[in-house]
Write a protein that binds this ligand. Sequence first.
Ligand SMILES: NC(=O)c1ccc[n+]([C@@H]2O[C@H](COP(=O)([O-])OP(=O)(O)OC[C@H]3O[C@@H](n4cnc5c(N)ncnc54)[C@H](OP(=O)(O)O)[C@@H]3O)[C@@H](O)[C@H]2O)c1
Length: 249
Amino acid sequence: MKLLEDKNVIITGASRGIGKGIAQVFADHGANVAFTYSSSEAPALELEQELKAKGVKAKAYKSNAASFQEAEELVAQVLEDFDGRIDVLINNAGITKDNLLMRMSEADFDTVIDINLKSVFNMTKAVQRTLLKQRKGSIINMSSVVGVKGNAGQTNYAASKAGMIGFTKSVALELGSRNIRCNAIAPGFIETEMTEKLDEKTVQGWRDGIPLKRGGTTEDIANACLYFASDLSNYVTGQVLNVDGGMLT
Ligand SMILES: NC(=O)c1ccc[n+]([C@@H]2O[C@H](COP(=O)([O-])OP(=O)(O)OC[C@H]3O[C@@H](n4cnc5c(N)ncnc54)[C@H](OP(=O)(O)O)[C@@H]3O)[C@@H](O)[C@H]2O)c1
């Protein structure tokens, strides 16, 4: 059964990793996918072709999620390219710049907050008018278990991810009466191309500490997004779903 037939979706940061996994699963479920990247043009264009081959509309856009103006321009362009409708927004773009607080520069704090948190404000503002007119929409924010629990060496990242949760709950309260839902996902340790480069012994140690005894896949996160994006979750808003193999349990 296809759960997102003909729905128009925007995903930020889908040239690789979790965003790419979401785009692939969503296209399999019939969604038209507009997605952004920051600098990975070749992988983004490759993904665009891959999604189109699944029989849906797909387009890659170079857009800096941290820029208010670029977010506005992006959404205007997506509305033009995708028949004036946006059903789902997934704020997925994110970065880390880890360091102990003692060594963290002001620039590294500001950059992480701008790309991870301010981007969510930018994109939500940009789609709000369209969702209000439609009287329907689902916004999904990619937080992290680190935003729920905190993590030494990641004060900037944890603050950005915790901020996303407060933003999510507030949007849910503010826009619920218009049938606009807003939820967050808090992934645990997700294995991507990036984690393949890490020392195998260290990674195995992380896996051993997870109740389900493995790292998550991008598909595990995509499937949680599928639930929040589809009508299966029509009565669910303001929630944070930990998708972490039981890590925080
Ligand atoms: N992987 C995990 O274990 C994990 C766990 C918890 C939460 N998360 C969260 O899940 C999300 C995705 O993580 P990931 O592991 O898939 O990351 P990733 O592999 O590093 O991919 C990040 C994506 O975001 C894009 N991006 C970066 N800065 C951007 C900007 N300023 N504007 C627009 N796009 C930008 C990148 O584009 P380019 O390719 O062009 O750089 C890329 O497509 C992040 O928000 C992350 O915090 C990940």
